[in-house]
Design a protein around this ligand. Structure first.
Ligand SMILES: [Zn+2]
Ligand SMILES: [Zn+2]
Length: 306
């Protein structure tokens, strides 16, 4: 099974603490990386977590609050110093491109690689060799987006009996059919669909960014294997969450439950909580399969049927 790993690079909100850096989550699958948000200090985490600066990389920015975006320029510069030549995909609110262009010019940054920018909007915003990314509007104090990163679908289950009945010789031909290629047997074409079940969906990771919960978000994250959700506040500080357009750990858990996800990771904790154990306990009372993110935490995402 191809490994799909989520690494938490920064898990604080607004300002870093001694133990937590500003937001950033890396999704890795084989040679490719998707980075969700890029707070200050993420480039250093790229090194310590061995993410790699020359991989096929896409960066998804949720919104233009400093804590989610100020690390981007430094990361781009360091990629340039590492002689990166592969294009870099960036998706985010349209003003992000203006900020990048102005600072690139003012700071005389000449990048060694092309940046391909796509403005975030409702719907599919990116397709890579490994993933499809969908976005929807989040509910925050500025224009903000939530993302679902979906691995491309896998071929269906292979039925050896059907292949034998069609006289397909075992070995290379079987493996080609399993990978979705049509083959020739005694001058006749055999289609993958004749010997396999329907394609199986890939693994899905949802990321709220900063947001209030909403029925729309619960629908958007429906069926995710892993949901990473804004958990800035404890349930007892609900008023502050409403006022600052964030979520509580309880609201994150309720969203996970409504969306029917498999696992929830709480992140983006306010610096007021030195210990987030009580937030996890409260969330687990609603959605048991909950953990708290911490900087450096790695989570492997499995297929539901594995
Ligand atoms: Zn934030
Ligand atoms: Zn924000």
């Amino acid at each position: 099974m191809t490994k799909l790993t989520v690494t938490f690079l920064g898990t604080s909100s607004a300002a870093p603490t001694r133990g937590r850096g500003l937001p950033g989550v890396a999704i890795q699958r084989e040679g490719s990386v998707i980075l969700l948000d890029c707070g200050e200090g993420i480039q250093r985490q790229f090194l310590s977590q061995r993410i790699g600066l020359n991989k096929e990389t896409s960066i998804l920015i949720t919104h233009l609050h400093g804590d989610h975006v100020t690390g981007l320029l430094g990361l781009l510069q360091t990629m340039s110093m590492a002689q990166r030549t592969k294009p870099l995909e960036i998706v985010g609110p349209s003003n992000l491109l203006k900020w990048l262009e102005v600072t690139e010019k003012l700071l005389h940054i000449g990048l060694s690689f092309p940046v391909r920018f796509s403005p975030a909007r409702q719907g599919t915003v990116l397709r890579t060799g490994d993933f499809k990314v969908r976005a929807t509007k989040a509910s925050h104090s500025v224009e903000a987006y939530s993302y679902v990163v979906e691995e491309r679908s896998r071929p269906g289950v292979f039925f050896p009996n059907k292949a034998r009945a069609l006289h397909v010789p075992e070995g290379r031909q079987w493996s080609r059919l399993q990978k979705g290629h049509r083959i020739q047997v005694d001058g006749r074409t055999v289609l993958p669909s004749e010997v396999t079940g329907p394609p199986r969906p890939g693994r899905r990771i949802g990321y709220s960014g900063d947001s209030r919960p909403s029925p729309k978000l619960s629908r958007f994250f429906s069926g995710c294997d892993l949901l990473i959700f804004d958990s800035t506040f404890h349930g007892k500080d609900h008023d502050k969450a409403v006022e600052r357009k964030h979520s509580t750990c309880l609201e994150a858990a309720e969203t996970a439950k409504k969306a029917g996800v498999r696992r929830l990771v709480l992140t983006h904790f306010s610096a007021r909580y030195t210990n987030v154990a009580s937030l996890v306990r409260q969330a687990r009372s609603v959605f048991p399969d909950t953990i708290a993110a911490r900087d450096g935490l790695r989570v492997d995402v499995d297929y539901p049927d594995s």
